[in-house]
Design a protein around this ligand. Structure first.
Ligand SMILES: [Zn+2]
Length: 275
């Protein structure tokens, strides 16, 4: 009995995460709902911006949940956290609009930049669980907790990745946060498939070709003016044409390629790890 159970679990863990034949590829989904969790307003774009654009183009409903307000990452000594949070929110709305996501579909959890790991963890996972149970995503995208978890030296990336996968598990079992069902009629929900962006190269097992939306992705990235030089050192709202051209060329150069095509790599998974 015990041995049999282990065999089943082993199969679940080592089974290759190849899509079932009848399941459409992520970028070919239509009229579905997709929920993406991102630590900061820009990881959604860098990790999955092309995929988001393709999903929106295919009439899917894309929701982006942002853990933090990104109110610390500026070298400008005249910047304040309150002002930076406002700037980053406006930039995110503009970038996602470029990809086709309306700002009503952005869900701001509002935690301070760099402080996610120090937020009350039961509250954090309860909030993310409620969002999953409310949105009912047909596919969920998240930063990758990965096997190489120790590589995340950036606190919000660690915490967002772990918290999201914990919420995926909790959302499935109603006895986690039963008040959500009893008081808000948020029913338990099993996320059918997950795509983790920023996978380690060894673990990437799914690539979305984004050639047709690469220009859109680069344009959307440049909406995050305050994340780039020179604005990150001395805030300005616009681009000098030479800086803009240099930044766009840099973004194109950094985008992963596979077989001569621009791609976004993911680690696809259909079962959360029980161990
Ligand atoms: Zn980030």
């Amino acid at each position: 009995m015990r041995r049999g159970l282990y065999s089943v679990l082993l199969v679940l863990v080592v089974a290759p995460a190849t899509p079932a034949a009848e399941e459409p590829r992520l970028e070919e989904m239509r009229d579905k709902t997709v929920l993406l969790f991102t630590p900061h307003p820009d990881d959604d774009l860098f990790g999955a911006g092309g995929t988001i654009a393709l999903l929106n183009r295919n009439h899917n409903k894309v929701f982006v949940c942002l853990y933090t307000n990104d109110d610390k990452g500026s070298y400008d000594l005249e910047m304040t956290s309150q002002r930076l949070a406002r700037i980053r929110k406006a930039e995110e709305e503009a970038a996602e609009a470029e990809l086709g996501t309306p700002k009503e579909n952005l869900i701001w959890m509002g935690y301070d930049d760099g402080m996610l790991e120090y937020a009350p963890q039961p509250k954090l996972v309860e909030e993310a669980t409620a969002i999953i149970r409310r949105i009912h995503p047909d596919a969920l995208l998240s930063i990758d907790p990965g096997e190489w978890y120790q590589r995340w030296h950036k606190t919000d990336h660690r915490m967002a990745s772990y918290n999201t996968i914990d919420a995926v598990r909790a959302a499935e079992f109603w006895l986690y946060f039963p008040n959500q069902l009893l008081e808000r009629d948020l029913r338990p929900y099993k996320v059918p498939v997950m795509y983790f962006f920023y996978p380690s190269p060894q673990e990437a097992n799914y690539w979305v070709t984004i050639d047709s939306v690469m220009d859109l992705k680069v344009d959307a990235a440049t909406k995050h003016v305050s994340q780039f030089e020179p604005s990150i050192h001395k805030y300005r709202t616009d681009w000098d044409p030479a800086d803009l051209a240099r930044t766009k060329a840099g973004l194109e150069g950094e985008q992963p390629k596979k077989d001569g095509h621009y791609v976004e790599p993911f680690r696809r998974a259909t079962e959360f790890n029980q161990f």
